[in-house]
Design a protein around this ligand. Sequence first.
Ligand code: NDP
Ligand SMILES: O=C(O)C1=N[C@H](C(=O)O)C[C@H](O)C1
Length: 245
Amino acid sequence: MTRVAVFGANGKMGAEVCRAVAEAGMNLVAAIDAGDDRSAAENAEVVVDFTHPDAVMDNLQWCIEHGIHAVVGTTGFTAERLDQLRSQLAQHPEVGVLVASNFSIGAVLMMHFSRIAARYYPSVEVIELHHPNKADAPSGTAATTVGKIAAARREAGLDAIPDATQHDPDGARGAQVEGIHVHAVRLSGLVAHQEVLFGAPGETLTIRHDSMDRASFMPGVVQAIEAVGSRPGLTLGIEGLLDLE
Ligand SMILES: NC(=O)C1=CN([C@@H]2O[C@H](COP(=O)(O)OP(=O)(O)OC[C@H]3O[C@@H](n4cnc5c(N)ncnc54)[C@H](OP(=O)(O)O)[C@@H]3O)[C@@H](O)[C@H]2O)C=CC1
Ligand SMILES: O=C(O)C1=N[C@H](C(=O)O)C[C@H](O)C1
């Protein structure tokens, strides 16, 4: 039985992960929340972190220094943060850390399909929609999606988006991430949703994903816990676990 500790255990995701870990027949050895002593997690094989962008880097440094693998759903990962993790992992090459901005199969497919579509459309915008208690904007999923679309556009030699910078005196067209407009909606009743809108003369393509319940993330989290120990170093996303790379 894999020994698992959950960081952020009292949160919306953490509580769900604690249930999923037990239901998957794993051994939940510690459920840690803000202010708790992490030493209770020292005999875990895998830590699952769903905390806060301000807390996650310190938590991961602790995991890596203790030789504990980590599955990370917490968002807020910049290129600099990922480089910092790679440097820490280089000192502990046996440890695996898997960071995924979204563990739901539908969201992973939405990002995959968006990457495929990106080269065929001059225009693209992203609308992400979440519950109002979300700590960050734009979402980690939106940032990952835009990163994949921007890379596919570069590989295809596409010009900059023609309509990205026009006519926006009041900022109503949202933030720009890698030159792509991203709109963040926060609304009571929502969980986690995203639309990727592609446009070309005379047509549009919309790819939409909806998580109506946090249960949608659990199969991906459990699969990542099972896999992370045999993947030393940094793994980004669960695409590799789903044969989507
Ligand atoms: N990758 C994915 O598939 C998904 C990722 N997420 C991401 O997961 C993160 C958490 O989301 P959510 O569960 O909704 O947030 P919540 O605010 O509901 O839960 C976060 C929990 O972590 C606790 N916490 C804060 N700091 C620490 C710490 N240092 N050690 C242990 N626990 C700590 C918080 O305590 P307190 O409230 O007292 O600060 C809180 O109980 C976010 O970054 C979110 O974007 C969410 C859904 C899916
Ligand atoms: O905070 C959330 O709820 C979610 N966070 C992740 C993100 O920022 O993309 C994943 C999902 O969208 C839910």
